[in-house]
Design a protein around this ligand. Sequence first.
Ligand code: FES
Ligand code: FES
Length: 161
Amino acid sequence: MTTKRLITVTVNGETRSAEIEPRLTLADFLRHTLDLTGTHVGCEHGVCGACTVLIDGRSARSCLTFAVQADGHAVTTIEGLGPEPGALGVLQEAFQRHHALQCGFCTPGMLTTLTELLNDNPQPTEDDVREVITGNLCRCTGYAGIVAAALDAARRIQEGA
Ligand code: FES
Ligand code: FES
């Protein structure tokens, strides 16, 4: 039997502690221990990007991260991207405006990935946006709406939205 480990993680600004198996992935910790099911799990081996979350502001594959590795760190999921619970942020509104999602399976990973981009590079070019989402697969949209939404959000943030 494996010895459980007590971890404390700041998730979307809230301190969460739990005793977990060391082999538990961050994706399963978020989804099954904390009931934050907005983080999606597709390939479970680092390819699709659906499980992407932010750890201390940097994008990370939660399917390839053990929850114990997040101990003492701040994790942001799709549930924490809006300005307040139930409210959409500028990037999320832009996704809605540009029809940047259909089934929505890739959307949490797209939004966390693009949030990191806009934090790092507030005025990205189309090439910048396309490059950063090369690690996020979308089977529905053809990516055009996603790129348009990211550029629109960047412009609106610059204008003080
Ligand atoms: Fe993690 Fe696909 S589920 S990259
Ligand atoms: Fe369906 Fe992207 S909206 S996979």
